[in-house]
Design a protein around this ligand. Structure first.
Ligand code: HEM
Length: 146
């Protein structure tokens, strides 16, 4: 493997770790929101926003490095596991952009119960983790679906 290609694969894998790992921190933070007083609530929400921003930036590095791997690597873009990953990625991109931000914005709006929003946050976090794990499986296993 050429040195530059190896470096891009490494950057791609590191960004995959940073795109998925912090999501697992969301779950205990969301759980703690339930019983938090107003002051603690602000701190937990700030942490949740930092995690989402980190995951989003790492996701961008993941896509850029993935595109570079397709341009310079041995896999054509129409390989089945690449197409499947990109499809799931588009889904989860839309999801993270609209899902988390919309839910977080609603936190201080009236008319939404805290319990309802926490439930939505938890569901969004789990769906996102699942999508990321599906993509990770596709990338590592590289199944020839067609
Ligand atoms: C635009 C989307 C993506 C493209 C085009 C892409 C492309 C690629 C390619 C071509 C490789 C093979 C490198 C090689 O072995 O020579 C690879 C490896 C890998 N990708 Fe992606 N990727 C994308 C998104 C993702 C996502 C979303 C994840 C994780 C959630 C991910 C995780 C990985 C991992 C862990 C490997 C190393 C697996 C291995 O080679 O054993 N990638 N990617």
């Amino acid at each position: 493997m050429n040195l530059y290609y190896g470096a891009v694969v490494f950057a791609h894998v590191v960004s995959a770790v940073i795109s998925v790992g912090p999501l697992f921190l969301l779950l205990p933070l969301i759980r703690r929101l339930r019983t938090a007083n107003a002051e603690a609530e602000e701190i937990y929400l700030a942490f949740i926003r930092v995690i989402i921003r980190l995951v989003m930036h790492a996701g961008h590095v993941l896509v850029v490095s993935g595109v570079l791997l397709i341009i310079f690597g041995p896999w054509p873009w129409h390989t089945s596991w690449v197409i499947l990953t990109i499809s799931v990625m588009l889904l989860s991109g839309v999801f993270l952009a609209t899902g988390f931000s919309a839910v977080l914005k609603k936190f201080h709006e009236s008319g939404n119960t805290k319990e309802e929003i926490i439930k939505k946050l938890r569901r969004t976090a789990w769906i996102y983790i699942s999508l990321m794990l599906v993509m990770m499986w596709l990338m590592v296993q590289k199944p020839a679906v067609w």
